[in-house]
Design a protein around this ligand. Sequence first.
Ligand code: ATP
Ligand SMILES: Nc1ccn([C@H]2C[C@H](O)[C@@H](COP(=O)(O)O)O2)c(=O)n1
Length: 678
Amino acid sequence: MFRTPFLDLPPMAGAAGTVRLPGSKSISNRVLLLAGLADGTTRVHDLLASDDTRVMLDALRALGCGIAHDADGTLAVTGLGGQLSVHEARLFLGNAGTAMRPLAAALAVLATLQGGDFELSGVPRMHERPIGDLVDALRPLGCTIEDLGTPGYPPLRLRGSAGDRLALERAIRVRGDVSSQFLTALLLALPLAAGERDLVVEVDGELISKPYVEITVNLLARFGIAVRRDGWQRFTIPQGSCYRSPGDIHVEGDASSASYFVALGAIAACGGDAVRIEGVGSDSIQGDIRFVEAAQAMGADVRTGPGWLEVRRGRWPLAGITLDANHIPDAAMTLAAMALYAEGPTRIEGIASWRVKETDRIAAMAAELRRVGATVVEGTDFIEVRAPETWQPAEIRTYDDHRMAMCLSLAAFNPTVGAKVPVRILEPHCVAKTFPDYFEALFGLARAEPAEVPVITIDGPTASGKGTLAAEVAAALGYALLDSGALYRATGIAATWDGVSPDDETALAALAERLDLRFGDGADAGRTWLRGRDITDELRLETSGLMASRVSVWPAVRAALHALQQSFRRAPGLVADGRDMGTVIFPDAPLKVFLTASAAQRAERRYKQLISKGISANIDDLRADLEARDMRDRSRSVSPLKPAEDALELDNSALSIDDSVAQVLDWWRQRRPFGRTA
Ligand SMILES: Nc1ncnc2c1ncn2[C@@H]1O[C@H](COP(=O)(O)OP(=O)(O)OP(=O)(O)O)[C@@H](O)[C@H]1O
Ligand SMILES: Nc1ccn([C@H]2C[C@H](O)[C@@H](COP(=O)(O)O)O2)c(=O)n1
C-alpha cells in the first residue's frame, strides 16, 4: 500500500492483464458478524483484509469471539452462540458503516436480553453519518440507547439489565429510504430474539439499495436463518431461528472494487488487449455486479462467466448515459469517472445516499472532476458530468474516501483522448478501507509510455550518500528504486564465483547478460539474491565495490546491463542511483541530481558505516580506496562518472540526510505541474 502523502499518477495510455479482486467488504463484514453470533467455528476463506474488516474483527475479539488466522490465509471465527460472554465493552469502529449499524443492533438486542453496557464510536466522519432510523426502530422494542453526541448519530451507548424483555408482539418498523443498512442491521440482529415467535420487520418508505438487502438475506440463509420476504416492504424471521455456522464460507471478490477495472478495460484496453477480473462474475450475489450493465450502456465490451469478467474497449469514445443508480450506489461513482471519456453528458440520478457516505460524495465528486477540467452540475440527488474540453494536471483531494481515490485514478488515462497530464492523488492510503493494494493492482495493468514515467536520477562518487538519498526520496514519492551499482557488484560477484577474470570483457558481458538477480520486496525488502543465493551482505563489501568498479569499465558489460536498468522505469515513477543514470541510462529524466561530498567526509561516513556493521576498517585506507575507485569511474572511456549537463549539483558535506532529502523533494516539487503541494 502507498503510505505517501500523495501519489502522482503519470499519464497512462493503455491497460491489459489480469487482476485478482480482494474480498467483498459487504459480504466480509456480514459474514464476520454472523460467524461471531453463531455457535461453533466458521472458517472464512478470501476475507477482505482492510480497515473496515479490521475494526469488525477487533470488536468481535473484544466481545469474546475466538479469532485465529490459519497458515493458508483462512480466518477461523469461533462465535458466541448467541450468548454474551463479555457484558461491557467500548468499541471503536473507525468509519465502517458495515460494522457500526449491525453491531449497534445486535448489541442493543443482546444487552436488553442478557444485560450489558456497550459504547460504540468511530472517527469524526462516522459521528456525522446518521443512525437515528435504526435507533428509532430499536427503542420501541425496549432497547435502552443513549446518544453520546448529536442525537441520531454515533457515538451510542447501549445498555440493559439481564432479564429485560423486548416488545416483539407488533411488527418492527424501520425507514428504508435513507440507507438500507438499517434494515440489514435489524435482519442480522433480530434472530437473537426470535426464539418464541416469528418476528416481522416492515419497511417505511421506498427501500433503497435493495441488492444489499438481498446479500443480507442470502447470507442469513447460509447461517441457517430463512428470512421470508414479501416484496421489499415486509420481512419475517421465523420463530426458533438460530445462527448455525456453515463450517466453511467463501467471500467472493468485491463487485464495487471490480467497477474500477471494468471502467479501465472500457477506457484503455484496446488493440486486442483485455482486462480480466477474477473473483467476481456472472454468479455474483452482489448487487453492484449490475454496474456491468451500466458500463455496457456506455460502451464497454464485457464477457463474463462464473467468478470472472473480461473487459475490452467497445464503443469509443464512451457514450454518456442517464441512469437511476439507486440499485448500485457505490459502483455508480465509477460511472462519474467514466464520464470523463464520454461523448455527451452522463447523468446519475437517485443517489441522495451519496451525501451521507464516507463524505458528501456528490459534492466531492463534483469538485474533483471539475479540477481535471470536467463540467459538472450537481443536485440534491443527482450529478451530471461532461468530459473536459481541456484537461488540467490536477491535485485530487480524496476526503478520506477510498472510492474517491479509486474513481479519480481513472483520470490518469487521459492519453486515450489525446491529453497528457499527470494526476496527483492526495492521501492515497484511504484505499485501505476496501482495497489496500489498489494502486499496485492498477500499475500492474496500466501501460505508460516510458517517456511519461518520471525518473529522478542521483549520480555521484563513492559514499557520497546516493543510495541513502535515493531510497528516502523514492519512499517519500512512492516510486521504485534502482540501485544500479548493485547490478555491477552482482556481475563482479558472479565473476568471482565462476573464476572469470575482471579483464575478460566478453565473458563478463555474458555473465551480465544472464544475471539471475532478484531484489526482495514486502517483508524481504532490502535483500538480494543471485542465482537463488542471498548476497545481501556480500554485495555491500568494499571488495565487491572495487570489483564492480573494475568490471564496469567494459563497454560490453555496460551494454549488457542497459536494458535491464531501463526496465525499472515503471509507473508511478523511479529514483535511480549510480554513475551514469542522468547521462546515459535516463537522459530524459526530468530531475537529475549530482551528489558530492568531500573525500574526507565520504571516507569518514564509510568508516562509520562499516564499524556500525562490526566490520573493522582503517579510515586512511578507505579514503585511498575510494579515491582510486572514483578516479577509475571518472576516467573510463564509456559512461564515465560526471554530472549530466542539466544536473543540479548537491554538495552534502555539511548537510544532514534529512536536509539532502528535503532539498531534492523541493527541486522535484518545483518541476511538477501541480499548483498546490500536499
Ligand atoms: N548527508 C549525509 N550526511 C551524513 N551521512 C550521510 C549522508 N548521506 C549518507 N550518509 C551516510 O553515508 C554512508 C554512505 O552512504 P551511501 O551508502 O548511501 O552512499 P553511496 O553513495 O550510495 O555509496 P556507494 O557509492 O558505495 O554505493 C551511509 O552510512 C549513510 O548513512
Ligand atoms: N551506474 C553505475 C553504477 C555503478 N557503477 C560501478 C562503479 C562503482 O564504483 C561500482 C559500484 O557502485 P556503487 O554500488 O558503489 O554505487 O559500480 C557504474 O559504473 N555505473
